[in-house]
Structures are given as structure tokens and as C-alpha cells.
Design a protein around this ligand. Structure first.
Ligand code: ADP
Ligand code: MG
Length: 689
């Protein structure tokens, strides 16, 4: 059966359906109700109490009358059953409805029963005509309400019509089951075809809930199965690089040049990495640690392992400022080891760029630190053995795939400062192994956070001055919303001018994304050397910037920032031994949600708690930075709400994959048909293409 075979379809309607993703009977059946109207209560008219209860009544039409004139005209239809009578009232479309009714007909009304004077009435009830009283059973049920849109209403597609189509579709098409029997049994799921009936025409609440659960599971199961396959493919293929030797750079650095004792988490992570790179399989690891947990030193450890074995390493950061900082950090940490580190960013001079590219291609450039400039076509590595991607959420899966194609299966270490809630990590990163640094390096004092109105500026500035006098440094951040970049830039620049006069005895610097690389670099250097005491900035400093002496973070218009962003900003301070303070200043108009965000910030320093809250507020796509995240769009499942289904799907999928990776078992025949096309679509994305 084809979509076009359905009754009451025309080109306009087909188009409307197609724009909602409905292009076949299959996709039609997968178009699920948004909610249901409970029409299961059928009552005699006499028993209604008229308090607005939603009920269905059945009666014979006794009287039809139009009352009033012009725009005030209304239609009243009186119906009667064995017990009493009541009326339905239409204020809109009175004339049209009048033609629809006939005295003596048997009808059902569904709506809110309200008492007016001595009689009960319903405004705009849903009406069905019945040919005999028993027919009420067909309509006294949970009525599906389907998601609507403009095109639907323009072409007259409503829930009733969709329902009729569904009825026909369900009768003519029998979608095959592709979940293995054992899974259906384990979870008490209805078979596919039956589940469709249960979701479109449920007999009870529990029916559609069970069916919905099944469809969510199915979606997450396929996804998890593809993750299992990706992971197996990655770990099964021969790694080009085995880093057996750790006797030169690695030993020298960790024995003689490490300025501090590593934390437990750092040691664990380095241990995990070492195991990976010596295993003969390609490493694909996510290093997760809250801001300030010291991920960079772990990255350095991995880099040195690559160098000890004669391989090159790449270190990618999401912004120039960050790339430059990493470059500086690496250079200073590794100063005495005589390693050739190159910085590759966007707008470098041609001669310099050529020199860098030659260095990389010849192999004398041992470490390349840079932005996504690294994955551009003209960059050719001599023998890339390791790629580190910092602040993963800014890059996403795509870039991971691209860097994979740069070497012969380089090891991959992804670092994320966004503490990704477990649910999300399981979906987006379930093809990665995970190392987590749970603690911050010792000697740190938790940052104190205050939320203040604009009117408190002078107090706040006094506080800043006291801190500066005591030797600290401060960030003052202005919002930069992409859509109005220019306006907000003015905010930061104007703020800068104002602050310069406010803090005339101190040195104030400005940093924003529109500045040239070398200008930015110069300002950052001055701030690091404490030649600048107050750094006025846009959110360019949001990720990763590390100046341990900075102890104050002031965020202007904090209400405009997202939770994770505020947490990132706060993570710029509290990196040294000094007590640090984060002051969130809010403006005039603060929405409820913004108030919640600010409160949450004051309440906790725990990045995981903040990420959970942020994810709830924004949803997964937004949380990870929409399209870049590579997160599949789930049609039915919600990875935040449906965590427990996700976990079950994961267990089942990975178990099944271990037992029958090619799905050759007879019981997996249908699954095989569904899964491989699904997987193919995602392949390039995961770096298999
Ligand atoms: P992030 O995880 O946010 O990238 P960084 O790697 O920038 O954190 O480290 C934050 C700061 O902590 C840096 O100044 C770094 O030198 C310092 N640091 C890292 N590890 C330790 C440690 N074990 N003990 C003391 N300080 C450390
Ligand atoms: Mg970092």
C-alpha cells in the first residue's frame, strides 16, 4: 500500500505530510500522537455535576436553534438521554454547524460539562454521529491528538483525519518485527505491528505507554548497536602506531621536570593512555575532567609517548587563544627537552605558514599545536601518531573523523571540560573509552560565588581594588551573543573605556575575538605576566584559559549566559592557591529561567550538577552545540528523560553485538535488514568512511 492510496488525499495534503517527514505508510505509522484525550468516561446527563469535568454523553437531538445576530450569533443544540437533557453551544461557525445537525439524530458530545443556571452545557463539544447507542464504544476511548502545524491546518489535516488514515494503514500494512524474540520477552514489549495499534488506538493508558517504551527502546537499541560496531571496528583494526618506548622524553619529563605531584586522577588517566598506546590497537579515549582539573599535563604525557617512538603529535584546540595558550604551556613545560613545537592557526603570514607546513611534512615539526587549521587539506603529516582534541564539545564527531584521516590511524585523545552527564556520554561518546579526573589539584580553595544587581557596582569595584592591592588579578567579562556581535562588542569596548577611568591606578587590558592573533597574544602574555591586572573581555576566554594568579571573575549581564558557559567562566579562577571570587552581575530584565541559572551557580561548584541542570534546561542538541555534536536526532526517545531505557538498550545491543556481530543468526535476519542501512548512513561520521 502507498500513501497515495489513502482516501481524501490530494497534492496539497501530500505536500503537507511530506514536510512533516511523512512520505510513506511506514513513516505515517511512525507519526505518533502528541497526547490523548480521555473520552473513556461516558455518563448519563443527570449525573453530571457541571464543574467542568470532561465527559462523553450520548443523546438524541431535540432542538436546534440559532440565537442572536451577526457576530454574536450562536448555535444551541439540545440533546436528551434517558435521564435528562443538556445543550451544546457553538459561538463560532454557528451557521455551518447548524447544517450538520438534524433533529432526532443520535449523537455523542465530548467536552467540558458546565452548569449555567439550571442546565448543563458544553461549549464546542466534539461531536460524533451514531447509528446506534452501542457505537459509543468506538468513540469512548483515548483519542489520539497528533502534532499539528500550519500546513496541516491549511490543508485541513486534523487528528480525526490522521486517525482515519492510521486505521487504514494499520489494516493494510504489517511492519515486520526486527527486535529479537528474546529481547521482546525480556522487556515484555509488544510486537511491532501490535505496538503501532497500541500507540494509535490504545485501550488504556498503560497500553500506549508500553508501546511508546518499545519504540523508544527500538530507536536507542539501533543507535547503541551502531556504537558497538563503530567501537569494535576501531579497536579491531590494526593501529599504525605502537608506543612501546617511554625511555627518553617521557622519563626525563616525569622524573625531572614535573613542577608538581600528579593527582590520583591524572596518574590513572596517564596509565589508561599508556595501556592503550601499547596495546597494538588504536586508542580512542575521552578524558573528562572539570575545568582546572589538570588535563593539559595528561595530554603532554601522551604527546611525549608519541615522540619517544618517533611519531608526531597534534594538539587541536577550539579557539586561537586556547591554541596559543597550549603552545605557550607546552613550550615552557618542555623547554629543557629540546622538542620542536609548531603553532598552526588561521591567519599566519604566508612565509611563516609555508615554513610550518614544510616542517610538519618533513617530520621535523614534532608537535603541532593549533586550531582546526590542522585538519585543512594542505596540512600533511610525516607520521602522525597521536591527535589530541581539546574541549571536544566545540568540535564534535566530524572533526574526530577528519583527523583520523590525517595519519595512518593515529591514536585519539579527546579532552572535555564539559562534564557530560552520564546519559549523554553514553550516547554521544559510547564509542570512546572514558578516563575521568574527579579531583582538582591540591591546595585549591573552592571559588566563592555571589550574585549581585547592577546597582552594587561601586561596592564590587571597591572589592576588586582590595583584591588587586593584595596582588590578585581580575577578569571582567561582557556577553557576546553571536547574533548581535557588533552591539555586544560595543558593550565590551565601552565597558573597557569606563573601567579604565574607574581603575586609573591599575592597568586594564581588552581582549575580544575580533582582534588580530598577535594582538590577542600580546594581551594574554601581559595578563599572564601580571602587567595587566584587569582583563576586560568577551567570552573568548570562556574555554581553557589558564592564569593561576587571577582570583576574580566578574560577569556582566550574567543573566544572558548559559549555565555551562558561566561554569566555564568561573573555571578561569580558583586555579592557584589564592581564594577566588566569582561575582555574577545581573541587569534589569531577568527571566525566571535566568534567575534559576544564577541561583544554581551560587549553590554549587560541581560541574556535573551544573551540566545536568543545563542539559535539562536546554535539551541535548543545544547543550552540545547542535549539529556539530554529531548527536543523532531521536524521533521518539529523549535521552535525558529516558535514561533507564537507554541503559537497557545499551546492555542488550552490546551483548547482542558480542554474540553475533554480523547479525547472521536466523533470529537476527530482520534486524540485519534494518540495521545495516541505518549504520551505513552514519559511517563516515564515525570516521569509517
Ligand atoms: P584543565 O583541566 O581545565 O585543562 P589545566 O590543565 O589548564 O586544567 O590545569 C589547571 C592548572 O592546574 C594549571 O595551571 C596547571 O599547571 C595546574 N595543575 C595541573 N595539575 C596539577 C597538579 N597535579 N598539581 C598542581 N597544579 C596542577
Ligand atoms: Mg584545558
Amino acid at each position: 500500500m502507498k500513501l497515495i492510496d489513502l482516501p481524501q488525499l490530494n497534492t496539497k495534503r501530500l505536500e503537507a505530510l511530506s514536510s512533516a517527514g511523512i512520505k510513506s505508510i511506514g513513516t505515517l505509522m511512525h507519526f505518533f500522537p502528541r497526547h490523548y484525550l480521555d473520552r473513556t468516561t461516558v455518563l448519563p446527563i443527570r449525573s453530571l455535576n457541571g464543574q467542568g469535568e470532561e465527559v462523553t454523553v450520548v443523546g438524541t437531538i431535540k432542538n436546534i436553534s440559532e440565537i442572536g445576530y451577526g457576530r454574536k450569533k450562536r448555535l444551541e443544540v439540545i440533546i436528551q438521554d434517558d435521564s435528562a437533557s443538556m445543550k451544546g453551544v457553538w459561538f463560532k461557525g454557528a451557521s455551518y454547524m447548524k447544517k450538520y445537525f438534524k433533529e432526532g439524530e443520535l449523537v455523542s458530545f465530548f467536552g467540558k460539562a458546565k452548569q449555567y443556571g439550571r442546565s448543563i452545557s458544553m461549549a464546542h463539544p466534539d461531536v460524533d454521529k451514531l447509528s446506534d447507542p452501542d457505537e459509543v464504544e468506538d468513540i469512548a476511548r483515548l483519542m489520539p491528538v497528533y502534532p499539528g502545524n500550519k500546513k496541516f491546518s491549511k490543508t485541513g489535516i486534523n487528528s480525526k483525519l490522521i486517525s482515519q488514515w492510521m486505521e487504514i494503514a494499520l489494516r493494510h500494512s504489517h511492519p515486520p518485527e526486527f527486535l529479537p524474540k528474546s529481547i521482546l520477552e525480556n522487556h515484555d514489549f509488544p510486537e511491532r505491528a501490535k505496538a503501532y495499534r497500541m500507540i494509535h488506538f490504545p485501550e488504556s493508558d498503560s497500553e500506549y505507554k508500553k508501546a511508546l517504551e518499545r519504540f523508544k527502546f527500538e530507536e536507542l537499541f539501533l543507535f547503541q548497536l551502531s556504537m558497538a560496531r563503530v567501537k569494535k571496528k576501531i579497536t579491531e583494526r590494526e593501529a599504525g602506531a605502537v608506543f612501546k618506548k617511554t625511555d627518553h622524553y617521557t622519563r626525563l619529563f616525569f622524573n625531572d621536570h614535573l613542577p608538581f605531584e600528579l593527582t590520583y586522577g591524572q596518574k590513572q588517566a596517564l596509565g589508561d593512555i599508556k595501556k592503550d598506546v601499547q596495546s597494538g590497537h588504536q586508542m580512542n579515549r575521552l578524558l573528562q575532567g572539570d575545568v582546572g582539573s589538570g588535563k593539559t599535563i595528561v595530554a603532554i604525557g601522551a604527546i611525549l609517548m608519541a615522540l619517544d617512538n618517533g611519531y608526531q603529535a597534534a594538539f587541536m584546540a577550539p579557539t586561537e587563544i586556547l591554541a596559543e595558550q597550549h603552545y605557550r604551556t607546552l613550550t615552557s613545560f618542555l623547554e629543557s627537552l629540546d622538542i620542536n613545537i609548531r603553532l598552526l592557526v588561521g591567519n599566519q603570514k604566508t612565509t611563516l605558514r609555508t615554513d610550518i607546513l614544510t616542517d610538519i611534512e618533513g617530520g621535523s615539526g614534532q608537535v603541532v599545536v593549533g586550531t582546526h587549521a590542522i585538519i585543512q587539506d594542505e596540512v600533511n603529516f610525516h607520521n602522525l601518531g597521536l591527535a589530541i582534541i581539546d574541549e571536544q564539545h566545540r568540535f564534535g564527531v566530524q572533526q574526530r573523523a577528519e583527523i583520523l584521516h590525517k595519519g595512518s590511524h593515529p591514536h585519539i585523545l579527546v579532552m572535555s571540560a564539559t562534564p557530560i552527564p552520564r546519559s549523554l556520554a553514553m550516547t554521544v561518546y559510547s564509542d570512546l573509552d572514558l578516563s575521568i579526573i574527579k579531583e582538582l589539584p591540591g591546595g585549591r580553595k573552592p571559588v566563592k560565588t555571589a550574585v549581585r544587581p547592577e546597582s552594587k557596582h561601586s561596592d564590587i569595584y571597591q572589592f576588586v581594588k582590595d583584591e588587586l592591592n593584595a596582588g590578585g588579578q581580575a577578569y571582567i567579562v561582557y556577553p557576546l551573543v553571536e547574533e548581535s556581535e557588533k552591539v555586544d562588542l560595543k558593550d565590551a569596548t565601552a565597558g573597557y573605556e569606563k573601567l579604565k577611568s574607574q581603575f586609573s591606578n591599575y592597568s586594564v587590558g581588552l581582549l575580544h575575538g575580533r582582534m588580530k592573533s598577535d594582538e590577542k597574544d600580546a594581551v594574554m602574555k601581559a595578563f599572564i605576566n601580571n602587567e595587566i591586572q584587569i582583563l576586560v573581555s568577551t567570552t573568548v576566554i570562556e574555554v581553557g584559559v589558564d592564569v593561576p594568579n587571577a582570583s576574580i571573575m566578574i560577569v556582566e549581564h550574567a543573566e544572558r549566559f548559559g549555565l555551562s558557559q558561566l561554569h566555564q567562566l568561573r573555571g578561569r579562577i580558583g586555579r592557584g592557591t589564592r581564594q577566588s571570587y566569582c561575582i555574577l552581575i545581573y541587569g534589569q530584565k531577568v527571566s525566571k529561567e535566568a534567575q534559576y541559572r544564577l541561583r544554581k551557580m551560587a549553590e554549587t561548584n560541581d560541574g556535573f550538577k551544573i551540566a545536568e541542570a543545563d542539559l535539562k534546561l536546554r535539551g541535548p542538541g543545544d547543550f552540545l552545540g547542535t549539529k556539530q555534536s554529531g548527536l543523532p536526532e531521536f524521533k521518539v526517545a529523549d535521552i535525558v528523560e529516558d535514561q533507564w531505557i537507554l541503559e537497557q538498550a545499551k546492555t542488550e545491543a552490546w551483548t547482542l553485538y558480542d554474540e553475533d556481530p554480523e547479525l547472521n543468526h536466523p533470529e537476527h535476519k530482520e534486524l540485519q535488514k534494518v540495521f545495516f542501512p541505518y549504520f551505513k548512513e552514519k559511517e563516515y561520521f564515525y570516521g569509517m568512511g
